[in-house]
Design a protein around this ligand. Structure first.
Ligand SMILES: *Cc1c(COP(=O)(O)O)cnc(C)c1O
Length: 432
């Protein structure tokens, strides 16, 4: 995209950001299927290894296809630097591990994706990093009480999976900043089409690009984006990894050498170098195709989900329906503030009769498929108590914010009336 006079809108960024071909170059972002890149002198290569020049040399650190797609996501979020990772899990790990090491602590919303919950509560604990989970709806004083002198970050999801609560981003940002730590937001379900957390004070955004960004259920991937707004140097003692010399690069200091790009540069040249969770350029290419239509798909997901939620709310078989686009939702007001154009395509509900009825209903669906996945073009459905959370007792499920009868219905971009008709016939089959 050549320089435009007007700042390009999200729609234009979805289609064109990140790849700017010059005369005679491919119009479409190519897949740079090469592990390595050639240089003419040994000195040129040495300067890259010392981070004195920018350039590609080995795909584990950087690859032109991945760079272009990371740049598109960064532009969509309104950040200053971004990177792709092999999965959303890797992005969450890097987001925390880039600024926390053994002996550190961070605060996280308790209503987060199950995989992230495990990463934080079990795996990071083994590395000596502790987490305190907080109720995201708690007031600021209660949230502040979870902090310790060694707290280094706050983490939460814009729209939680599968609880679907909407985060009060400004409240979380205020509490984090009062304590001198950054707010990291998982923006997977909202996508930058429906919410840009940086505009509300978040400092770092992560994504499972596996979901709406890819949108077609072809490629597992993740992304990390920095707003460039957090002043690491102001709290230099808290973040020595960014503000003190790195021995593995001849004593270079990230904040001094890279300014606003310090966080992403460190995550790339240190974490990616050592841990290697790269996205394959093939997957990045497919992700880019998904991103080219994200601005068209998200409104359709939201429109269809609103129709499904309203239909279910009017049915006597439904025990409850949760979607922040419904006036009955406790998150309706926050949704109107942070997600005025729609939230996402995922609706959760319970049927009268509980677990057994839920299973009969799901087995009777024809258009909606039973899959672990969520947030793709095809309507799909999951019963967490029978699938992702099946090891938990009913009491444990409630504590995890997953009601035993909760059905997670991920509304696709098919015809809304076809989806509703499928639900209607499955309700009849389930004989509630
Ligand atoms: C799926 C998901 C993840 C994990 O992403 P993967 O790409 O499956 O590793 C993280 N956060 C949220 C909100 C998710 O839905």
């Amino acid at each position: 995209m050549d320089e435009l006079k007007k700042k390009p809108s999200r729609e234009t960024l979805c289609v064109q950001a990140g790849w700017n071909p010059k005369k005679g170059e491919p119009r479409v972002l190519p897949i740079y299927q090469s592990t390595t890149f050639r240089y003419e002198t040994s000195e040129q290569m040495a300067r890259l290894f010392d981070l004195e020049d920018e350039g590609f040399f080995y795909t584990r650190l950087q690859n032109p296809t991945n760079e272009a797609v990371a740049a598109k996501i960064t532009a969509l979020e309104g950040g200053v630097a971004g990177m792709l990772t092999s999965s959303g899990q890797a992005a969450a790990f890097y987001a925390i591990f880039n600024i926390c090491s053994a002996g550190d602590h961070f605060v996280s919303s308790s209503t987060i994706y199950g995989g992230t919950f495990n990463l934080f509560a079990v795996t990071l604990k083994k590395l000596g990093i502790e987490v305190t989970f907080v109720n995201p709806d708690a007031d600021e004083a209660e949230l502040a009480a979870a902090f310790r002198p060694n707290t280094k970050a706050v983490f939460a999801e814009t729209i939680s999976n599968p609880g679907l609560n909407v985060l009060d981003i400004e409240k979380f940002a205020r509490v984090a900043h009062a304590q001198g730590v950054p707010l990291i937001v998982d923006n997977t379900f909202a996508t930058p089409i429906n919410c840009r957390p940086f505009e509300w004070g978040a400092d770092i955004v992560m994504h499972s690009t596996t979901k709406y960004m890819d949108g077609h259920a072809t490629s597992v991937g993740g992304a990390l984006v920095d707003s460039g707004n957090f002043d690491w140097e102001a709290y230099g003692d808290k973040f020595p990894g960014l503000t003190r010399p790195d021995d593995s690069y001849h004593g270079l200091t990230y904040t001094r050498s890279f300014g606003k790009k310090a966080y992403i540069t460190k995550a790339t040249v240190q974490l990616m170098r050592d841990l290697g969770s790269i996205q394959s350029p093939q997957n990045a290419f497919l992700l880019n195709l998904g991103l080219e239509t994200l601005h068209l798909r998200m409104p359709r997901h939201c429109e269809n989900a609103q129709r499904v939620a309203e239909f279910l709310e009017g049915r006597p078989e439904a025990a409850w329906v949760n979607y922040c686009g419904l006036k009955s939702s406790p998150y309706y007001e926050l949704g109107q503030k942070y997600l005025p154009n729609g939230s996402c395509g995922v609706v959760t509900f319970g049927l009268k009769g509980g677990r057994d009825v839920a299973i009969r209903f799901m087995d009777s669906l024809k258009l909606a498929a039973i899959v672990t996945h969520v947030a793709d073009a095809r309507t799909c459905v999951l019963h967490p108590a029978s699938h992702t959370h099946r090891q938990l007792s009913d009491e444990q499920l409630v504590a995890a914010g997953v009601a035993p009868d909760l059905i997670r219905f991920s509304v696709g971009i098919e015809n809304a009336e076809d989806i509703v008709a499928d639900i209607e016939q499955a309700l009849a089959e389930a004989n509630i």
